[in-house]
Design a protein around this ligand. Structure first.
Ligand code: PEP
Ligand code: MG
Length: 908
């Protein structure tokens, strides 16, 4: 029988893993092994694999005897290489116990440092290091962390004691607290644990070790980890690995320290080494935002008055920079590293591909192509297609900002931790943010960033903190979510009791007053600033900026041009006004994939003519009303054809149920009575007759044209006459006309007959021989299943995946909000199928229809115009099925373009 290997060693003389074992060892574990393999100084340790997490839960939160045995064996090896023993009173080995899933979940899970300390070993450590202050500082940290993480005694229980001591002794910072003072505090801390739990703080290092391992596994299921996984689509069954690593100490004195660094700026992507560190501290101090850390490089420190690591320890800095550069070259991506300096000796504790903002992601990918590190295809695949939307998000108006500044409303400046402009009322807690977000935009304002704030961060427009650095967990998470974030705005005074946020004279009231943050500059303003179009929009849409003035635009354009070279699928837009068509075209749309004609009936007094048509008693009345609508529709189409000159415009005949248009209020009904010259009672009666119990499955789509052919005849006439008219001005109009909600081929045969008859009339009247493709929506399951027959009548198909999802699942589009969120949270469905296509079911209908349609008509053009056309995962599916194009809303066109290119690349 072969034994499963649950534990892998890294570093020292036994390096069993590598970067290729990410799924088994988790991100942290596999990269520690990879670094050790590159002879980069990594404190040795071992990784308990991710599968053990799953087993742990299967076995009712227990570690199997086999896992326990393998951990013990690895520990003996580790004690050998370090020449120290866990629990040895004279020369104790201390370890850290840290999580590490396949993909990083910054700050979402638990960590214990300094494990192995107890009342005896702390004395041994004091002697061996000749540094009692360090030993007692480490012990108090361990008691705090272990109690918080493993024993469920929250760290607040201890922190106020430290604050009290500082207040009593007049000390400013933790580093001023002496060995004896820490020793007293350790005693107090243990007493607190005894009082809370009724037993002593565990002294047995083995019990501590397995307690720590179990706690890391338990933290896989904390609420914040679950929310984070859901947001980032990380499967629950991946589990986390646990890394047990021998400790190195950043808190042994002023020649020690700890920090985190990025090989490039994670906010902007600029190619500068970037990071933060603290002298005489342990890792958690930097990321938890307790002390605002110092800059690593002189470049960063410039003008801040803070001392850089480059200045404080030039040799160690040089080694750090070299190592970071080597790691970036090795992994060929921007690295986010954690390091500790123990008596000037550098150790690497982690490296991973760094989280970055959309802007930074794009810049880094493009720069790396320029630097010859990666090729264009790799760069395209690196960029998250959804991120492109962020490039189009609003920014504050610089002039208004100046005016605010003059008026004394620039409150303070913090770190520009996550770019973008956010404005909203102030919320001081995650709960408040969630609640207030129901009724308007909110900015979450916190003293320090904490992963527990996740749900509030999701609800808020932006995040502002008084403490913490660029690399604090929440700053990292905010960047990942694309939320504007300003960190470490240290002059901000937050008074939770009074619910106020104050800087100097300016005092804002939480829950009432607005605050505005610019995550690109770090500025914080009192009041509500208005947003301004993003640079890309200023160049392309508003045309108030020249392309060469905006680097952001140029990067955007480069990506689009590379994507255009690669992709095979076309991208169109859903637009029903010349303005939307213009915007979409500027963003790269290659035509209109869906022009919903009914939207055109709502404007101005058109609705009156349209209501007249609906409420008419007979065909003659309808025709009179339609004659009024015809010129309006015709001019709409002329505008759209002009905007899309030379590109196809797919127009759909009227779709929604008629009763959506009728007046339900008395005033509107009286107005219609006048227009129609009938009594109010009569209007009421006709409105009632139009009522439907299930309008989505009622008198809509092609059914309207079958009962009232004069409507589709009017629409056909408006389209064809518009095309003929603009052609006289030299405009190339390429209309395509499609019929919605076909379920049976004969519905199409009938409708098409009417359309072609009208076309023949128009041609005769004008002496023209105009023609255009006539297609159909495929949005009813029966149509998908009989697509071979439907293809005989259709020049093209356009998949209406909104209705196909509605009809395929039987989920009402209008009512699913009351139950679908539960489906997702209870994991019955992975996603809301109206947002991301259900590939197995609804996607299968698409696949069948595409196959059957092309079986009878090989040249049949296939597109999609449901919302899914702008969802990257769905776009990739449509590529696989062989669709010719996707169509989406104007602002998602760039997303679809990149996703289409990625689909082609993934195919290869
Ligand atoms: C669809 O059903 O997917 C579609 C595009 O049409 P609508 O959303 O207008 O019903
Ligand atoms: Mg539809």
């Amino acid at each position: 029988m072969t034994m499963t290997k649950y534990v892998y060693s890294f570093g020292g003389n036994r390096n069993e893993g590598s970067a290729s074992m990410r799924n088994t060892l988790g991100g942290k574990g596999c990269n520690l092994a990879e670094m050790a393999g590159l002879n980069i100084p990594v404190p040795p340790g071992f990784t308990v694999i991710t599968d053990v997490c799953t087993l742990y839960y299967q076995e009712g939160k227990k570690l199997s005897s086999e896992v326990v045995a393998q951990v013990k064996e690895a520990l003996i090896w580790l004690e050998g290489v370090r020449g120290k023993k866990l629990g040895d009173a004279a020369n104790p080995l201390l370890v850290s116990v840290r999580s590490g899933a396949r993909v990083s979940m910054p700050g979402m899970m638990d960590t214990v440092l300094n494990l192995g300390l107890n009342d005896q070993t702390v004395e041994g450590l004091a002697k061996a290091s000749n540094n009692p202050r360090f030993a007692w500082d480490s012990y108090r940290r361990f008691i705090m962390m272990y109690s918080d993480v493993v024993l469920d005694v929250h760290k607040d229980n201890f922190e106020h004691r430290i604050e009290a001591l500082k207040a009593k002794t007049g000390k400013q910072s933790d580093t001023e607290i002496t060995a004896d003072e820490w020793k007293v505090l350790c005693g107090e801390f243990k007493a607190i644990v005894r009082e809370k739990l009724g037993h002593d703080f565990p002294q047995d290092p083995m019990e501590q070790l397995f307690g720590g391992i179990a706690a890391v596994f338990n933290s896989w299921e904390t609420e914040r980890a679950i929310i984070y996984r859901r947001m980032n689509r990380i499967p629950d069954d991946w589990g986390t690995a646990v890394n047990v690593q021998s400790m190195v100490f950043g808190n042994m004195g002023d020649d020690c320290g700890t920090g985190v660094a990025f090989t490039r700026d994670p906010g902007t992507g600029e190619p500068y080494f970037y990071g933060e560190y603290l002298i005489n501290a342990q890792g958690e101090d930097v990321v938890a935002g307790i002390r605002t850390p110092q800059p690593i490089t002189n470049f960063q420190a410039n003008g801040t008055g803070l001392q850089s690591l480059e200045d404080a320890m030039p040799e160690t800095f040089k080694e750090l920079l070299e190592t970071a550069t080597r790691l970036e070259q090795h992994f060929k991506d921007m690295q986010d590293i954690e390091f500790t300096i123990e008596q000037r000796k550098l150790y690497m504790l982690q490296t991973r591909n760094g989280k970055r903002t959309a802007m930074a992601g794009i810049r880094v990918a493009l720069d790396m192509v320029k630097e010859g590190m990666i090729d264009e295809a790799t760069a395209l695949q690196r960029i998250n297609a959804d991120d492109l939307v962020q490039l189009l998000a609003p920014i504050f108006d610089p002039k208004e900002k100046k005016a605010f500044e003059k008026a004394g409303k620039l409150m303070t400046k913090g770190l520009n931790a996550g770019p973008g402009a956010a404005t909203g009322r102030i919320a001081l807690s995650a709960e408040e943010a969630q609640e207030m977000a129901q009724s308007g935009p909110v900015v979450l304002v916190r003293l320090e960033t904490s992963p527990e704030d996740l749900a509030g961060m999701v609800a808020a427009e932006g995040i502002l903190t008084a403490r913490g650095g660029m690399t604090s967990h929440a700053a990292v998470v905010a960047r990942g979510m694309g939320k504007p974030c300003v960190c470490g705005a240290s002059t901000l005074e937050i008074d939770l009791a009074k619910a106020t946020v104050t800087v100097g004279e300016v005092c804002l009231k939480a829950g009432e007053d607005f605050i505005s943050i610019d995550g690109s500059t770090g500025e914080v303003f009192a009041g509500q600033l208005s947003a301004h179009p993003a640079e890309v929009n200023q160049v392309l849409v508003n045309k108030i900026m020249k392309a060469e003035e905006s680097e952001t635009y140029q990067r955007f354009a480069t990506i689009m041009s590379w994507a255009n070279k690669v992709r095979s699928m076309k991208v169109r837009t859903n637009a029903d006004s010349p303005h939307d068509a213009d915007v979409a075209r500027a963003f790269g749309a290659e035509g209109i994939g869906l022009c919903r004609t009914e939207h055109m009936f709502f404007e101005g007094d058109r609705i009156l003519a349209f209501r007249e048509m609906i409420l008419s008693k007979d065909a003659a009345g309808r025709k009179t009303a339609l004659a009024k609508i015809l010129p309006m529709q015709r001019s709409d189409f002329e505008g759209i054809f002009e905007a899309m000159n030379g590109l196809p415009v797919n127009i759909r005949l009227i779709d929604p149920p008629l009763h959506e248009f009728v007046p339900h209020d008395e005033k509107g009904q009286e107005e219609m009575a006048k227009v129609l010259g009938v009594s109010l009672e009569e209007v009421k009666h006709r409105v009632e007759k139009l009522h439907e119990f299930n309008p989505m499955m009622g008198h809509r789509g092609c059914r309207l044209g079958i009962t009232y052919p004069e409507i589709i005849r009017m629409q056909m006439r408006a389209i064809c006459e518009a095309a003929i008219n603009v052609a006289k001005k030299g405009i190339v109009a390429l209309p395509e006309v499609m019929v919605p909600l076909i379920g049976h081929v004969k519905e199409l045969t009938y409708t098409k007959g009417e359309m072609l008859d009208e076309l023949a009339l128009i041609n005769k009247e004008n002496g023209t021989d105009f023609s255009c493709p006539i297609g159909t929506m495929i949005e009813i399951p029966r149509a998908a299943l009989t697509a071979d027959q439907i293809a005989l009548e259709a020049d093209y198909f356009s998949f209406g995946t909104n209705d196909l999802t509605q009809m395929g699942f039987g989920f009402s589009r209008d009512d699913s909000g009351s139950f679908l969120p539960e489906y997702v949270s209870k994991k019955i469905l992975e996603d809301d199928p109206f947002q991301s296509l259900d590939q197995q079911g609804i996607g299968e209908l698409v696949r069948i229809a595409a196959e059957k349609g092309r079986a009878t008509k090989p040249e049949l053009k296939l597109g999609v115009c449901g919302e899914h056309g702008g969802d990257p995962r769905s776009v990739k599916f449509f590529h696989k099925v062989g669709l010719s194009y996707v169509s989406c809303s104007p602002y998602r066109v760039p997303v679809a373009i990149l996703a289409a290119a990625q689909a082609t690349l993934e195919d290869k």
